[in-house]
Design a protein around this ligand. Structure first.
Ligand code: DC
Length: 242
């Protein structure tokens, strides 16, 4: 039978800040928007894709077979992935080493699609994501945040954009970093990853029933951010206005 929570417990429940989930395919703007939204709200952002990328990088370096689910699961449970902020912005650490650039190569992107289909890897990373964000006040971006990691997230967004536009954005991003890149190939890679992410049996990319979908194909970042902020502030007028 339900009973009234003690005063202290109730105030803890009230004090928990919301979780904002941002899901969608690659190249849709999740990373940029997650960072901007978190900054506006005074929340912390968590790039869960970077965690899957770090597992793929560790697997590649240690020669772990991407088809060997047992070895991959053991690897994911044994490595330490951290996020730190320094003069170079937000950095991803794998066992203490800054791997922010190494996890973004096209080869690691493709390998990450394989590695992220492994149930044991997902279990290890989802557990860590829940631990990290348990106190609320987080914007998490990924593929399964609103459906699996935090199905009770207070606010869920599902971002979409055409594969051509997402390929073009990824192309410009890689080009700006000086990576040799080809537009047609980048679009083909985006499409290949879409297929892999949506068709895998464990936690495929899927819109949660209660997620708000935004098509960013013809929208600028500022416009999408304004739409997201408006929704968060409408539901949680107190957050992000301190
Ligand atoms: O968001 P991203 O491009 O950095 O993601 C890299 C890969 O990791 C991509 O293939 C999808 C996968 N991923 C996932 O399966 N689940 C998540 N929560 C985040 C990313």
């Amino acid at each position: 039978m339900a009973s009234a929570a003690p005063e202290q417990e109730r105030s803890v429940i009230r004090a928990r800040r919301p979780i904002v989930a941002i899901d969608g395919p690659s190249g849709v703007g999740k990373s940029t928007l997650s960072k901007l939204l978190a900054r506006e709200l005074g929340f912390v952002n968590l790039d869960t894709g970077a965690m899957y990328r770090a597992v793929a990088l560790a697997a590649s370096r240690r020669g772990v077979d991407p088809e060997d689910d047992v070895a991959l699961g053991r690897l994911a449970a044994g490595i330490v992935i951290d996020f730190v902020r320094n003069a170079g912005g937000e950095r991803v650490l794998l066992d203490g080493e800054d791997v922010s650039a190494a996890i973004r190569t096209p080869e690691i992107s493709l390998l990450t699609s394989k590695v992220s289909a492994c149930a044991a890897v997902r279990e290890a990373l989802v557990r860590r994501q829940r631990e990290l964000c348990a106190r609320g006040g987080f914007v998490l971006e990924g593929r399964d945040i609103g459906t699996v990691v935090f199905p009770d997230a207070e606010i869920k967004f599902f971002l979409v954009a055409s594969p051509e536009e997402r390929g073009r954005r990824r192309f410009l991003e890689l080009q700006a970093k000086g990576t040799p890149v080809d537009l047609a190939r980048t679009i083909a890679e985006v499409e290949a990853r879409d297929q892999a992410d949506s068709r895998r049996s464990h936690s495929p990319l899927r819109q949660a029933d209660d997620a708000v979908a935004i098509d960013t194909t013809a929208m600028g970042i500022e416009q999408v951010l304004a739409a997201m902020l408006a929704l968060v502030r409408k539901r949680y007028p107190g957050d992000g206005e301190e």
